[in-house]
Each structure stands twice: as structure tokens, then as C-alpha cells.
Design a protein around this ligand. Structure first.
Ligand SMILES: Cc1cc2nc3c(=O)[nH]c(=O)nc-3n(C[C@H](O)[C@H](O)[C@H](O)COP(=O)(O)OP(=O)(O)OC[C@H]3O[C@@H](n4cnc5c(N)ncnc54)[C@H](O)[C@@H]3O)c2cc1C
Ligand code: FES
Ligand code: FES
Length: 481
């Protein structure tokens, strides 16, 4: 484990912004001041609190050994929990929240139901992964769950001894049983927390954010922190000044109008998914393959776009759906097409002091359908080698318009105009598709795949799309292949 002070660098906007934060740790109030702005929750738990059940396996959000449950009071005064990777979460993001680690579960008053069922099913194997599994199950236990949903929930927890079957059995039992009561003082401890700490580094409304970014244009916005967190926790990077979006409800709003879905840039994927399931099931299928539940519980679509990775999975979907991005700064707002947002490898067109406010996705017309594909080395928890999204418009059986966009084929996610023309023009034989691919892209070779693999894989995706159309297969049929 790295020394705590490795992370302590003066990166908040000013020293006076180092306000204290208040949170509840396993039901006990915590007030922390002099906390370095880039101290991860995992380091804080293990090194400052000496709560060592929570482990560091990978420090990059992949293994789940560091999973803890974060709780917030919902509108009914009940605590709603979500599992997060404490290795990526910065401690000051906890302000106003409840953190639960496995240490607290065993105390209440004997083993917690999740722990009991893990024992009954012989699901507890090594001490390194088990606490993370227990916390994922704990945070999930209140929802009824199907077996595929349980698999999805546990995809962010790796077990190197491959003892998944008893763990999944335990998860099944836990989902089938009535929920256990939580200690009453947990809810009381959250209710007693002061209002979330507001300061220049965590603005409360968009005007404040405009000013903060105008005054410190070099500052980075911290949304879910899953990209920034890897840079900090894994590579010890100094991100420079940070402005947290945690108090900005306006950036997390998701609204449906008559003709569009409007998504606040900082809304988490878990918040978005119910909307996407209903309106764009294929987009939801793509989002379900972004990271793990722990990642999707905090990560945002805005962060995915602004990180500008060529293999960011939401960009091809947004480009193919003709989404409009609203950019905002102290000088006003402007709108751009999602396809015009990327300026080059890991570069966007955002100007100094400007940020992504919201994403507007036009709803599909009755004659339109939407399809997505992601090829990665693993099904779960893996970055795309190639991804693609298509919006098809038909006049009866005739394809009259196609919007196609790819990830992993160029320095940025990009629209594929030659491919669109080939699809509309009926040039569907493999040689014609490959020629369109060559016109659109000159892919790179890297450890995920060679340039030729990417070419052939893209051709395979196009053939699968066409086969799907001919056989009227549903999106789900393709995803289960
Ligand atoms: C284990 C793991 C698996 C992952 N798997 C996938 C995957 O399968 N597919 C995929 O696409 N990604 C994946 N990611 C990457 C990451 O989770 C996504 O890119 C995520 O959507 C980033 O969102 P965030 O809110 O966490 O961004 P943050 O880390 O908070 O921010 C990312 C960048 O965007 C900037 N930013 C954030 N919001 C704004 C805004 N509103 N305006 C301007 N700038 C902003 C930040 O300053 C930062 O530079 C994975 C990450 C991890 C750790
Ligand atoms: S330490 Fe592996 S996910 Fe956090
Ligand atoms: S439980 Fe740790 S390796 Fe399987």
C-alpha cells in the first residue's frame, strides 16, 4: 500500500477551500478537515481509520476487492445503498453520505444475513475478495433479482480462485429472502449530518460552476471520478485543481420531453439506465457493458465524452442518434452535434472555462430502429476493441437512411459515411463492406487488436447487422450470440 501522504497535494482551488466534510462511517459521525483533496476513500479507510477489511487489489476499479456501500437517505427517509469502488472514490466526495464497510455488518448484532448466507453456501473463500463480494451483495440485497441480474451485479467482483458458483448461489438466496433490518442508528446518523458542505470546489448551482471555472480555467471537473480516479489511484497523477460536481443536481437531471431525452452531463449510468431501457434498449445494452455496477453507479456519460477516449462506449451511440450537446461557460451556451465534439485523440472542442452541461437525444421515429455492438476480449468489465452503433430508417422494407458511428477505429469515435452509403446503396457483400470500411478508417494496431483484426471485426459487425435485419432478430438476440 502506498504511503498516504503520496496523495496529499494542494490541488483544491485555494487553501480556504479545504473545508471540513461530514459523513457517517458505519453509523458513527465523522468530521474530517485537513484532508488532502486526492485521498481515496480506500486509503482513508485503511490508513486513517485502520479499517482493513476493505482491500486494494488493482487500484483501478477492476477487481472489486475495495467495494464499500455508500448510503443516502431517499425521499421516504430510508437509506438507499449503492456499491462503489473505494479505490477510485475521493474521500471528500462522501460529504453528507453514509459509508458502510464489512466491519459494521458483522456487528449488527451478530453476522449480517449476507455474511450468514455466504457461510452457509461455502461461498467465503479468500479474505481478499470476500469483503468486496459481501458489500456488493449487501448493497444489492433489497432488490428482487433474476440470475442474469445477479451475474451482472457481481461482474465487478473478481474471484481469482474461480469460486463463483457458491457465491452466485449465496446471492440467489439473499435475493430470495426478505431484507434484514438495518441498525436504526445508521439512518439517524445520516439524518443528523449537516447539509452537504458547499464550497468553491463543490459549487451548488450552474452559475457558481461558471464562475469557479472562469476563475480557474485549468481546473478539472470531477463527476464520477472513474477516469480521474484511475489516473490518481493507479498512476499517482496530480490532476491539478479539481471542481467537484457532487452538489450540482442540475447536472444530474434526466428528463423526457415529447421528442427527446435530456441527460445532465453528470447523471450516473445507473440513473440513466431505466430511461435507456425504455427508449433505446440497444443503447442500454451498450451501457450495461460499461465497467461494472460499481463503476456505473457513479460514472457519467458526460465524463465519458469529455475524457474523449477513442473507445468511449457512449460516443458512437450518441453520434449515430444525432445527439446534441449543450456546452456552457460564463459567456453563455452553445450547441454542437455529438459528432463534432471531438477535436483529436483525447481532445474535445471545449474552450477554456467551458463544460458539458447536457446531452439531448432525439427520440426514434416509428420507422427508425437502433442497434449497437461491442467487441472486447471479455464480455464483462472490458474496454472495447471495436464498438459500433447504427440508426436505421426504413420505408416499408427499404433502408432509406443510416447513421453509423464506430469506436476503436480512429483517433476519436467517428461517424462512418462511406459505410452509411454502402448500407443504403445495397452494397452488402463483404468485399463492398470492406472497401467502405477502408474508405472510412485506417485503424491502429495495439494490444487489443491489430489493424486488420479491427477491419475484419467491423465487417463482421456489419454482416451481423444485416443478418439481424433480414431475420428480424431483436436486439437481445444479437447480444446473446
Ligand atoms: C474498471 C473500469 C472499467 C471501465 N469500463 C469502461 C467501458 O467499458 N467503456 C467505457 O466507455 N468506459 C469505461 N470506463 C471509463 C469510465 O468509467 C467512463 O469513461 C466514465 O463514463 C467516465 O465518467 P466519470 O463521471 O467517472 O468521469 P470523471 O472521471 O469524473 O471525468 C472524466 C474526464 O471528463 C471531465 N469531465 C467530467 N464531466 C465533465 C463535464 N460535465 N464537462 C467537462 N468536463 C467534464 C473530467 O474533468 C475528466 O477529465 C471504465 C473505467 C473503469 C475504471
Ligand atoms: S482495488 Fe480493485 S476495484 Fe478497487
Ligand atoms: S475468493 Fe478470493 S480468489 Fe476467490
Amino acid at each position: 500500500m502506498r504511503a498516504l501522504n503520496m496523495h496529499i497535494r494542494a490541488v483544491l482551488l485555494t487553501e480556504s477551500d479545504m473545508n471540513e466534510i461530514h459523513f457517517s462511517l458505519n453509523g458513527a459521525m465523522r468530521q474530517v478537515s485537513s484532508l488532502g483533496p486526492v485521498v481515496t476513500l480506500l486509503d482513508h479507510l485503511r490508513l486513517a481509520e485502520r479499517l482493513t477489511a476493505t482491500k486494494e487489489g488493482c487500484a483501478e476499479g477492476d477487481c472489486g476487492a475495495c467495494t464499500v456501500a455508500i448510503g443516502q437517505l431517499d425521499e421516504d427517509g430510508q437509506i438507499a445503498f449503492r456499491a462503489v469502488n473505494s479505490c477510485l472514490m475521493l474521500t471528500h466526495e462522501l460529504d453528507g453520505k453514509l459509508v458502510v464497510t464489512t466491519e459494521a455488518l458483522a456487528k449488527a448484532p451478530s453476522l449480517h444475513q449476507v455474511q450468514e448466507l455466504m457461510v452457509e453456501r461455502h461461498a467465503s473463500q479468500c479474505g481478499f475478495c470476500t469483503p468486496g463480494f459481501v458489500m456488493s451483495l449487501f448493497a444489492y440485497e433489497q432488490s428482487p433479482a433474476t440470475r442474469p441480474a445477479l451475474h451482472e451485479m457481481l461482474a465487478g467482483n473478481l474471484c481469482r480462485c474461480t469460486g463463483y458458483r457458491p457465491i452466485i448461489d449465496a446471492a440467489h438466496d439473499i435475493a430470495a429472502r426478505p431484507q434484514s433490518l438495518l441498525p436504526a442508528h445508521w439512518a439517524a446518523s445520516v439524518a443528523a449530518l449537516p447539509d452537504a458542505c458547499i464550497n468553491a470546489a463543490a459549487p451548488a448551482d450552474l452559475d457558481e460552476l461558471d464562475r469557479a471555472l472562469h476563475n480557474t480555467p485549468s481546473a478539472k471537473l470531477l463527476a464520477g471520478g472513474t477516469d480521474l480516479g484511475v489516473a490518481i489511484a493507479k498512476y499517482g497523477a496530480d490532476p491539478g485543481p479539481l471542481i467537484s460536481l457532487r452538489n450540482l443536481a442540475a447536472l444530474r437531471e434526466v428528463k423526457l420531453s415529447e421528442d427527446a431525452l435530456m441527460i445532465g452531463a453528470a447523471a450516473s449510468y445507473s440513473t440513466l439506465l431505466p430511461f435507456l431501457e425504455r427508449l433505446f434498449p440497444a443503447f442500454a445494452a451498450m451501457v450495461r457493458r460499461i465497467g461494472s455496477l460499481q463503476i456505473r453507479n457513479v460514472a457519467s456519460m458526460g465524463g465519458n465524452l469529455c475524457n474523449a477516449s477513442p473507445i468511449g462506449d457512449s460516443a458512437p451511440c450518441l453520434i449515430a442518434l444525432d445527439a446534441i450537446l449543450t456546452l456552457r461557460s460564463i459567456h453563455g451556451v452553445r450547441e454542437v452535434q455529438a459528432g463534432d465534439f471531438f477535436a483529436g485523440y483525447r481532445k474535445t472542442i471545449l474552450r477554456e472555462g467551458e463544460y458539458l452541461w447536457r446531452i439531448r437525444i432525439p427520440l426514434l421515429a416509428p420507422a427508425q430502429s437502433f442497434h449497437t455492438y461491442k467487441l472486447a476480449k471479455r464480455y464483462e468489465q472490458d474496454i472495447s476493441t471495436v464498438s459500433a452503433a447504427f440508426r436505421l430508417t426504413r420505408d416499408n422494407d427499404r433502408l432509406i437512411d443510416v447513421r453509423a458511428a464506430f469506436g476503436g477505429m480512429a483517433a476519436t469515435p467517428v461517424r462512418a459515411r462511406a459505410i452509411e452509403a454502402a448500407l443504403v446503396g445495397g452494397r452488402h457483400e463483404p468485399a463492398a463492406l470492406l472497401s467502405a470500411i477502408d474508405e472510412d478508417f485506417t485503424p491502429l494496431s495495439d494490444f487489443r487488436g491489430s489493424a486488420d483484426y479491427r477491419r475484419q471485426a467491423s465487417c463482421g459487425i456489419l454482416q451481423k447487422l444485416l443478418a439481424q435485419q433480414e431475420q428480424s432478430l431483436s436486439v437481445e438476440d444479437v447480444w446473446q450470440l
